[in-house]
Design a binder for this molecule. Structure first.
Ligand code: TYD
Ligand code: MG
Length: 462
């Protein structure tokens, strides 16, 4: 009995898709998608026909393994932390991110580091061995002083069978696939990077990891089609999903765990891309505030939570008379809907005249803030620019802004205030606390405001 897989294919150019598309993104033809059944390799094995080796149910208490100390430690501490404390043998980790963000760099650095402990096989389908060698030397610093470890093996290969054969001979402890979109299984009749290939190949690597105790890292590009052939498709198949994010024009990168069977999902690691690869940023808030000009109108400090970690960031606002009838609102690092909402609240509840003004907002350092708790800082930055009045330089602003101009509570206040105090901020403007909540740190003066108007009075320099 053969198993069939349904997929859709363009009859004009052969492009595969997970669902029938109206217009083929490959050749531009309309209504050319047809359903196609793919037969998977071999007959379906069932317990009844006896071809599976059946595992016996065992008491959980008697099962060996699972000890924390089996993890391979990483000296790139930020990476290890996001993984939940190091690389787990037998795990399958997906590292996703936009092209050019630094995925290959991060994993090559990791490979160089892990190789002295046990063999690492780096499989690339994207770059030539020469290119990778050049990068590795760059990452290693001066290559003459610190030669590349012998345990790091490199092969350029895209055929999954050939990769598995290499694993068989090399017997590495860690396998890195750069990238999963370039790998194909010759038994599957569709091109590399298609949905079927991605699923099929990832499944082969999953089986390999589980059966051999090898740690496998898959690199996956976030493609324009995103959902169709991107890493999202594989999230359910792997143990850990990491995304490397950031703005290509800035040097900061955030490594975020969105799924982790071996650790917390809300961990975030902060890196800086430098001439010699990714470097950890031990104190990110300090780095994000380094270039700040104090006492400039339009600058406000927000405290956002990136996972369990508070981060101080500068939010800048600029208002300027619009040249045309239709004023512009544009935001970098903030959600545009949030920006529109806040300008509307500033106009209606505070009478701030923005109708003939363009409003620009920028989060410094290429960071994105998705949290409503940054609303107050955003509103204050715009207000301060519109009034041409600087805010108090030693003050942070935390809170969500509601449609009536009221302030709403933000979670994890204690952690946020501790970080602000540690960086020398003297005052925090917060929403009025109506219930006794967590105890707040002593080192920082707290000013509670019920409304946006009150908060801006506290924040204004006088
Ligand atoms: P890369 O790891 O190739 O990205 P990805 O695999 O996610 O596509 O990184 C590409 C960028 O990183 C490239 O623009 C150059 C930059 N880079 C540095 O700035 N410093 C370095 O040491 C390295 C290796 C790369
Ligand atoms: Mg790459």
């Amino acid at each position: 009995m053969a198993r069939t897989i349904t997929q859709y294919k363009c009859t004009a150019c052969g492009r595969a898709a997970a669902k029938p598309l109206g217009r083929c993104p490959g050749c531009g033809e309309w209504n050319t998608y047809a359903e196609e059944m793919l037969e998977s390799r071999g007959p379906r094995r069932t317990a009844a026909n006896g071809s599976v080796t059946r595992a016996k149910p065992q008491p959980l208490a008697e099962i060996e393994g699972g000890a924390e100390n089996e993890r391979l430690a990483l000296s790139i501490g930020e990476f290890g932390r996001v993984l939940g404390g190091g690389v787990v043998p037998g795990s399958l980790v997906l590292l996703g991110g936009d092209p050019g963000i630094g995925k290959s760099t991060l994993l090559l650095q990791t490979a160089i580091e892990l190789a002295p402990e046990g063999r690492v096989l780096y499989v690339s389908g994207e770059e030539s061995p020469g290119q990778i060698k050049m990068r590795a030397e760059r990452l290693r610093g001066s290559a003459t002083e610190r030669p590349l470890p012998d345990g790091l093996l490199l092969v350029t290969e895209t055929n999954v069978e050939a990769i598995l054969a290499h694993v068989e001979t090399v017997k590495p402890r860690v396998l890195i696939i750069d990238s999963i979109q370039t790998v194909y299984d010759p038994a599957v009749d569709s091109s590399a990077g298609s949905v079927t290939q991605l699923r099929e190949c990832s499944d082969r690597f999953r089986q390999l990891a589980k059966s051999s105790g090898l740690a496998v890292f898959l690199i996956g590009h976030v493609t324009k089609e995103g959902v169709i052939a991107g890493p999202r498709l594989l999230e359910h198949m792997v143990d850990t999903v990491l995304y490397l994010e950031g703005d290509r024009f800035h040097s900061y990168r955030l490594l975020r765990a969105v799924k982790n069977r071996f650790g917390a999902t809300d961990e975030v690691g902060v890196f800086e891309m430098r001439g010699q690869g990714l470097h950890e940023v031990p104190n990110p808030s300090e780095a994000f505030l380094a270039e700040r000009v104090v006492n400039a109108p339009g600058s406000a400090i927000a405290v956002t939570m990136e996972g369990t970690r508070p981060l101080l960031v500068e939010v800048q606002g600029l208002t300027s008379p619009s040249a045309f009838g239709n004023p512009r609102r544009s935001g970098n690092g903030v959600d545009l809907n949030r920006l529109l909402l806040i300008t509307a609240v500033l106009t209606r509840r505070l009478g701030l005249r923005l109708g003939d003004q363009d409003v620009f907002v920028n989060v410094v350092g290429g960071l994105r803030i998705g949290e409503p708790a940054a609303d107050l800082a955003l509103a204050a930055a715009i207000y301060s620019s519109a009034k041409d009045l600087p805010l108090r330089a030693d003050t942070v602003l935390i809170g969500e802004v509601g449609l009536s101009g009221e302030l709403r509570a933000a979670p994890q206040l204690a952690a946020r205030l501790k970080e602000a105090a540690a960086l020398g901020f003297k005052t925090a403007v917060l929403p009025k606390r109506l219930r006794a909540g967590e105890e707040l740190p002593k080192g920082i003066e707290i000013k509670e405001a019920r409304t946006l108007r009150e908060a801006l009075e506290f924040g204004a320099k006088n």
